[in-house]
Design a protein around this ligand. Structure first.
Ligand code: FEO
Length: 397
C-alpha cells in the first residue's frame, strides 16, 4: 500500500517509475530510469489524465483503485498517444466499464489504429471544456509537441496544466515528486536531453503552443515525465521557450572520434586553448563512449561545436558521422562549428565533416586542421588559432 501523493484538493499523482527499461523509444539511454506520470482528479465526476506504459499495469491499477476508494471512474483524458502514456488505455477501459475516453479527432483515429479499440469517445476541439462539478477542464490542442494529436489539459480552478511530454524528461522520481523535493538541476538537464532529442525538431510548433498557453493562469505544471512543477513552474516554461527559440549559451562542445588516441590528444589541446581564452563551458565528448543523446543535449545548450575525426575508410569515423547525421535531423540552427582531424595515408575525415555541414545553416569558424597520424608543433599552432577563433565566435557581446 503506497501513500497517495496529493497535488491539490481532490487531485492526485498516480504515476509509476520504470527502472527496468534501458532505452526509451528503444534509442535513448535511461541511466536513472524514467517516470510515467498519470493524474487522478476526484470531483463530482472523476477523471484520469493520461496512463502509463503497459509494463507497470498492476501497480498502476492498484494506485488508481486505492485513490478512487470505491468511486466510479468517469473519464480518461489522453493528451498524447505514444505508448508510454496510452499503453494502459485498453486495460483501464476494461477495468472501469462505462468510462469515456477524452481526446481530439486525431486521438480517436490513433486509438482505433493503434489498439483496434472501440470505446465510448468524448471528442474535444481546441478550447472545449469538460465540467466535473467543482472543477472544470479546458483542452488546448498543441499539435507536433511532439505528435500530431498532442494536446494539453488545463484545470481552471487551481491552475494546473497537464502538459503531456512538454516540460518533462528522463529520470525516475525517487521519493520526491515536486520540484521543491528534488534536485531540479539534474532534472532540468535531463528534460533538455528529452527535449533536444525527441521534441526539439518541432521548435516552431512548441513556440505556437507556448503562445497559446501564455494567456492561461498556470500555477502547477504536471508533465507526463519527471517532477511536478508547483513551486517554480515559470522556470521550466521559460527553459522550454529558450530551447525552442534555439537560444544558446557561451560554451563549446568538442565531439571527437578517435581510434588510437591521436585525435583525442588534439581535442584536449583545443580544449586547453579554449580555456586559455577564458571559456569555462567546454565539453570534450568521445562519440565512441558517450551516447549521442548526451552530446546533442550539450550542443543544444552551447553556441560552438568543434568536430574532430580520425579518418576511417577515407571518411569520417562512423560514431561521429552518426552524431552529425542525427543532428541534421533535429534542424538545430544558429550554431558555429570548427573542424579538425587526422589521417594515416589519405585524408577523408575532415572532408566528410565539411560535406555534411555544408548542407545546414551553421557557420564555419577558422581553418579546418588535418594532420598525418599525430599533431606536430606546426599543427598545434593551427589548432591554437582554431581555438582562438572559436572562443571569439562564441563569446557573448
Ligand atoms: Fe512520453 Fe511522446 O512520450
Amino acid at each position: 500500500m503506497e501513500k497517495t501523493v496529493k497535488i491539490a484538493e481532490g487531485i492526485f499523482y498516480v504515476g509509476v517509475n520504470d527502472r527496468d527499461t534501458h532505452l526509451f523509444e528503444n534509442i535513448w539511454p535511461l541511466p536513472k530510469g524514467v517516470s510515467y506520470n498519470s493524474y487522478l482528479i476526484v470531483d463530482e465526476k472523476s477523471v484520469l489524465v493520461d496512463t502509463v506504459k503497459l509494463c507497470k499495469i498492476r501497480e498502476y491499477l492498484e494506485k488508481i483503485r486505492q485513490t478512487l476508494n470505491g468511486r466510479k471512474l468517469d473519464y480518461l483524458v489522453i493528451n498524447h498517444m505514444e505508448p508510454d502514456h496510452s499503453g494502459a488505455l485498453a486495460a483501464v477501459a476494461q477495468t472501469f466499464p462505462g468510462i469515456k475516453i477524452v481526446g481530439n479527432k486525431k486521438t480517436v483515429e490513433f486509438i482505433k489504429a493503434m489498439y483496434q479499440l472501440e470505446a465510448d469517445f468524448y471528442e474535444v476541439k481546441d478550447g472545449s471544456e469538460l465540467d466535473l462539478g467543482r472543477r472544470k477542464l479546458k483542452f488546448y490542442l498543441t499539435p507536433m509537441v511532439h505528435w500530431p494529436e498532442t494536446m494539453m489539459t488545463h484545470e481552471t480552478t487551481s491552475g494546473l496544466l497537464f502538459s503531456g511530454d512538454a516540460f518533462g524528461g528522463f529520470g525516475s522520481l525517487d521519493g520526491g515528486v515536486f520540484d521543491d523535493e528534488v534536485d531540479v538541476n539534474y532534472y532540468e538537464h535531463e528534460i533538455r536531453r528529452y527535449y533536444s532529442n525527441i521534441v526539439g525538431k518541432f521548435g516552431p510548433m512548441v513556440q505556437k503552443a507556448l503562445q497559446k498557453l501564455s494567456a492561461l493562469e498556470i500555477k502547477v505544471v504536471c508533465p507526463t515525465h519527471g517532477p511536478v512543477w508547483r513551486t517554480d513552474p515559470g522556470r521550466i516554461i521559460s527553459a522550454y521557450d529558450r530551447w525552442s527559440r534555439y537560444v544558446c549559451e557561451e560554451g563549446v562542445v568538442i565531439a571527437f572520434g578517435t581510434m588510437y588516441g591521436n585525435t583525442e590528444k588534439m581535442a584536449d589541446f583545443v580544449a586547453r586553448a579554449l580555456a586559455d581564452e577564458g571559456l569555462k563551458n567546454i565539453r570534450v565528448m568521445n562519440t565512441s563512449t558517450v551516447h549521442e543523446s548526451f552530446i546533442i543535449n550539450e550542443i543544444w545548450r552551447f553556441k560552438g561545436v568543434i568536430f574532430g575525426s580520425c579518418t576511417y575508410n577515407n571518411w569520417i569515423y562512423p560514431p561521429l558521422e552518426n552524431l552529425i547525421i542525427n543532428l541534421a535531423h533535429k534542424g538545430l540552427p544558429n550554431r558555429v562549428f570548427g573542424v579538425f582531424g587526422s589521417y594515416g595515408w589519405s585524408g577523408g575525415g575532415v572532408k566528410g565533416i565539411l560535406e555534411h555541414l555544408r548542407k545546414n545553416s551553421w557557420s564555419l569558424v577558422g581553418e579546418p586542421v588535418e594532420v598525418q597520424f599525430s599533431a606536430k608543433p606546426e599543427d598545434l599552432e593551427k589548432l591554437k588559432r582554431l581555438a582562438v577563433d572559436m572562443a571569439r565566435a562564441v563569446k557573448s557581446e
